[in-house]
Write a protein that binds this ligand. Sequence first.
Ligand SMILES: NC(=O)C1=CN([C@@H]2O[C@H](COP(=O)(O)OP(=O)(O)OC[C@H]3O[C@@H](n4cnc5c(N)ncnc54)[C@H](O)[C@@H]3O)[C@@H](O)[C@H]2O)C=CC1
Ligand SMILES: O=C(O)[C@H]1O[C@H](OP(=O)(O)OP(=O)(O)OC[C@H]2O[C@@H](n3ccc(=O)[nH]c3=O)[C@H](O)[C@@H]2O)[C@H](O)[C@@H](O)[C@@H]1O
Length: 430
Amino acid sequence: MKVSIIGSGYVGSVTAACFAELGHEVICIDIDEERVRQLNDGYPPVWEEGLEDLMNKHVGKRLIATSDYDYAVQNSDISFICVGTPSSENGEIDLSIVAAASKSLGESIASKNAYHTVVVKSTVVPGTTEGVVRSILEDYSGHKAGDTLGLAMNPEFLREGRAVHDFLNPDKIVVGSLDRRSDSLVSGLYRDIDCEVTSVNIRTAEMIKYVNNAFLATKISFANEVGNICKRLGIDTYQVMDAVGRDFRINPAFLNSGAGFGGSCFPKDVRALIGSAKDLDYYPSLLESVIEVNELQPLQMVEILEDKLPEIKNKRIAVLGLAFKNDTDDIRESRSIPVIRKLLEKGADIHAYDPLASDNMNKIFPEITYASSAQEALEGAQACLLMTEWDEFRKLNTEFDSMDRKLLIDGRYLLNPEELDDVEYEGLCW
Ligand SMILES: NC(=O)C1=CN([C@@H]2O[C@H](COP(=O)(O)OP(=O)(O)OC[C@H]3O[C@@H](n4cnc5c(N)ncnc54)[C@H](O)[C@@H]3O)[C@@H](O)[C@H]2O)C=CC1
Ligand SMILES: O=C(O)[C@H]1O[C@H](OP(=O)(O)OP(=O)(O)OC[C@H]2O[C@@H](n3ccc(=O)[nH]c3=O)[C@H](O)[C@@H]2O)[C@H](O)[C@@H](O)[C@@H]1O
């Protein structure tokens, strides 16, 4: 099929490359001209394992990029909206980018005589596709949804860093649609993927995405709360969760306690769901607590540090890990951000290292020193805070020898103190 993808960020570029891999003809649309140029030159706009290979294979053949909506709409049958849906200041979803993309799409569909289908892949609160998106599309295109305009919502469940793998090997594909025709068009795109399609109505598809993310975030905050209690009781929370996770009704995934969840989606999506609930006069106390635990969790790293090193002003502190998780350069809502902010407030001399994310963090904190290796960050430090679950940090050992004081606060359960040579080890919640 001929597909256009609006927005070429993490979701858009991966969706585009994977649809090309599945044999579809794909046109990416982005308002960022530099990104369009980059895509057409075969360079992925984001770092994702396997993405560059797919782009090299398909760019210029089944995959092209443009900033011209008219061209993309005329040359495709179906358009996926994959633009950002950030949090507004009060935590509720900001739909302005989705609205702008819908308007541009509607204007281009206006001059098309054939049936065109619009699919929302961005994460949007229930009611958005049939409300904001549908009305803008109808107003600007003159076409009516269910008549000459198809409408669907197809949430995305990929994880950053594993996005290409997750897209091509999903454990569920959810398609919410206005009518049978839209459903069969969208479902048909995934025909060659070995996964059943769950067909529902649009609002249900929108809700499934939020519940998925909110449940995973809840598991993490639950594990962190248990970890905080275990630490005070002198119990190893990882042993506890290892046993608890063996219950098939619970499952071991996402029970790793630590510095909390970051990323572009868990925090914003839980907040958006809270916002929607409150708009309906329901106070979602469990979800509020999920966020509250997550906000407090990284700051406990600094509390433990101050307990061990009461005066941190002008002390050299190594921060290892800046990305919100391993295998990505993404720092959005990284738990390192509140930690660095707090350390700066207290006058610490921060030397940070991350395998991929230093450039991005430098845009927020230009005042700290960025090292080119963990070893360099550790040299002469009075303490080390381990913030991100990078594999390369699991192998650290003799590197700690160059510290002034071998004090290590592990925020991700990466190192086993018994295997470290006389390091003062403190786990965040174990
Ligand atoms: N990042 C992730 O791992 C996942 C994200 N999602 C959801 O997917 C959506 C997109 O997220 P990301 O890909 O992370 O966003 P992103 O911020 O990485 O990319 C958005 C892209 O849209 C472009 N754009 C902005 N306005 C535009 C317009 N009017 N027309 C065309 N392009 C425009 C931007 O230039 C950018 O390239 C969000 O709703 C997010 O919640 C869902 C699953 C996973
Ligand atoms: O909607 C989205 O954007 C995506 O959000 C998450 O994917 P992602 O944010 O890429 O990363 P995860 O691997 O889920 O990790 C999120 C955060 O949770 C933390 N985490 C994860 C697991 C765990 O046990 N403990 C824990 O603290 C990680 O360190 C990281 O900061 C979901 O896993 C995806 O299914 C979803 O599509």
